[in-house]
Design a protein around this ligand. Structure first.
Ligand SMILES: Nc1ncnc2c1ncn2[C@@H]1O[C@H](COP(=O)(O)OP(=O)(O)OP(=O)(O)O)[C@@H](O)[C@H]1O
Ligand SMILES: [Mg+2]
Length: 380
């Protein structure tokens, strides 16, 4: 990890030294319509507005995506989760126009990318890296040639510049010593590192990952996720990743979109979605990954209130429950509780019952907790 970290920092410095031409001054993706990737000033990197996708099939029209409205922020890791066939890959492929929307607008840095002409679209794709579940490497080419491939297609660098760039990204993914090997001589995790290096070769500012870890064992999955996080943090590349696994979302994503049968059923900060899922699909996906969302089972006496308290960040360290309990003369029993971290954020969630039947005092308690940023639900 240390080796990787050093390499990443070094590469980051390289990025900084480079006037952000990758998507800056030369990034006129479309000569007639101006730069899609404006140098600065946009919080939202991507905006989808009322996006729909209908496929024409032999058996008629099939609507794979319906009325999707979402923003992806610059610099975040944005997760997309849903069951097979929910429309995740379709949604991802709209972002580099591998699929065209049949309704609505896809804007990147303010520009509707469906309006780009052919050179503009080529430029756009050059600056969006993509990582696939099954790596999609050229089996007859070495690691070096696989990574160089997008640079040759772009045709912007001299041979020696291409060589320097290939070695730079191979160093970033920790594969400098594997450059002469062929994909079949590598492990799955190493192949995916080649896939990531190739995606980074043109110095993208957006990385799309379609189930990048689904073909890997748990340990390798973790190492690839760490790599993606490093890339996101050190190179400040926005990452959009699709997964079937809530554990993947929990480990790396800042925000998450849940798709179900082509609809966006939930969207929010990962920690909020985990602690307070709203959609039935989200609750089911969480339950399948072992996250308990129905945390109290009525196993207390008939009377008194049952409350679920959710707190995160600094609120975790506050001893407010015991303090206000003492001040208000309320006694609690803990019915269920969990504490942990989601990405970097500490959180806690407690389900408690209040012994006293005194709604006025309970209301005072809840007001005090809200004042400290502690979210509550009255379950009974
Ligand atoms: N080119 C196409 N023509 C017709 N239907 C398509 C096409 N591509 C996808 N679909 C259909 O659209 C729906 C969404 O497909 P998509 O590949 O986006 O799902 P997904 O969420 O990525 O699923 P998985 O988790 O299995 O990869 C599916 O029902 C699929 O059969
Ligand atoms: Mg898919």
């Amino acid at each position: 990890m240390m080796v990787l970290r050093r390499a990443a920092v070094k590469m980051s410095a390289g990025y900084e030294a480079m006037p952000r031409t990758r998507l800056g001054s030369d990034a006129r993706l479309c000569k007639t319509s101006g730069p899609v990737f404006a140098p600065d000033g946009f919080t939202q990197l991507i905006e989808l507005r009322h996006v729909g996708k209908t496929y024409q099939t032999a058996t008629g029209a099939f609507q794979a995506l319906r009325d999707i409205d979402l923003d992806i922020r610059r610099g975040e890791v944005f997760g997309i989760i849903g069951r097979s066939g929910a429309g995740k890959s379709t949604l991802l492929r709209l972002l580099n126009l591998l699929e065209r929307p049949t309704q609505g607008a896809v804007r990147i840095e303010g520009q509707d990318i469906t309006q780009l002409d052919a050179p503009g679209l080529r430029k756009l794709r050059q600056h969006i890296g993509m990582v696939f579940q099954h790596f999609n490497l050229l089996s007859s080419r070495t690691v070096y040639e696989n990574v160089r491939f997008p640079l040759r297609v772009a045709g912007e660098l001299s041979r020696s510049e291409q060589q320097a760039r290939v070695m730079e990204v191979l160093q970033l993914v920790g594969l400098t010593d594997q450059a002469r090997k062929y994909p079949r001589q590598l492990s799955g995790g190493q192949r995916q590192r080649v896939g990531v290096a190739r995606a980074l070769a043109n110095r993208p500012n957006l990385l799309l990952c379609d189930e990048a870890t689904s073909a890997l064992d748990p340990e390798t999955t973790q190492s690839i996720l760490r790599l993606l996080l490093e890339i996101n943090r050190t190179l400040r590349i926005t990452v959009v990743l699709i997964t079937h696994g809530m554990d993947v979302i929990r480990a790396v994503a800042d925000r998450v979109a849940i798709l179900d049968h082509g609809r966006l059923v939930e969207l929010g900060d990962v920690i909020d979605v985990f602690l307070n899922p709203q959609a039935e699909t989200t609750r089911a996906l969480l339950a399948e990954s072992g996250v308990e969302t129905e945390s109290w089972h009525g196993s207390v006496g008939e009377s008194g209130r049952v409350l679920r308290l959710t707190y995160k960040g600094e609120a975790v360290a506050l001893p407010v429950l015991s303090r206000y309990g003492r001040e208000l003369g309320l006694d609690f029993s803990i019915l269920q509780g969990s504490v942990g971290r989601i990405k970097d954020m500490p959180y806690g969630q407690l389900t408690i019952s209040v012994a006293q039947e005194d709604d006025a005092r309970v209301a005072q308690l809840l007001a005090a907790l809200t004042g400290h940023g502690i979210h509550h639900q009255v379950l009974r």
